[in-house]
Design a protein around this ligand. Sequence first.
Ligand code: ADP
Ligand code: MG
Length: 246
Amino acid sequence: MALVELRNVSKIYHLGGEEIRALDNLNLDIEAGEFISIIGPSGSGKSTLMHILGCLDSPTHGTIKLDGTMIHHATVSELAAIRNRKIGFVFQFFNLLPKLTVTENVELPLIYSGAKRSERRERAMAVLKLVELENRAKHRPSQLSGGQQQRVAIARALVNSPKIVFADEPTGNLDSHTGEAILDLFRRLSQEGRTIALVTHDPEIAAVTPRRIEIRDGKIALKVDPRLAGLDRLPTPAVEAAGAAA
Ligand code: ADP
Ligand code: MG
């Protein structure tokens, strides 16, 4: 059984008499432990898909099973509860609260889930250590670099031990060097067994993950475009062999 099972999922918006099929009869499985990227051009339906996968929104048609439970009919408050327990989010603009310290930002999901203060501190420090920021626990977000702020956001996404972490353009606001460090961190977290989905329009980011799915006009593209998926940038064994022979 896959961790996430989407079956015949459509999301239809009605705008001024026009029908917009943001997702069109989509099927997708994500296994526990997978490191996957969801790539596609602007307007293809990536954010809509992430919102449905991440329990921020419900589909118009179709079914979604998360961790063994059918959730497509869940109410808004049921979705919020599932989200808090099972999903972690990382966003392009970090979305940290400026008045809270690093530790307090990381503890937020635990406050919503009702954990005791001592447990909150302990778990926040454990994930800060994981992202190598335990020595910035008392700083405010404004006292950190962009890359450090994103690592705090990643710690916050991990603090509830979610079943899956969604990262929507997580390097989009970082310089390329810092962005690479963040992708390295995701790679390491994935190697430790976490399930991670990166949402991106950037082929170089998609190239980092072992599996990628491409969304086009609300559908999963059957034939992967190697340029869009970044595959044209990866050295192929054939090319390497030819180079070695030359
Ligand atoms: P992406 O994240 O790939 O850029 P989105 O999922 O945001 O794409 O959008 C997919 C399509 O659905 C687009 O055509 C967009 O204009 C439309 N759309 C998204 N959200 C809404 C909404 N709330 N109301 C109407 N149309 C929407
Ligand atoms: Mg989007």
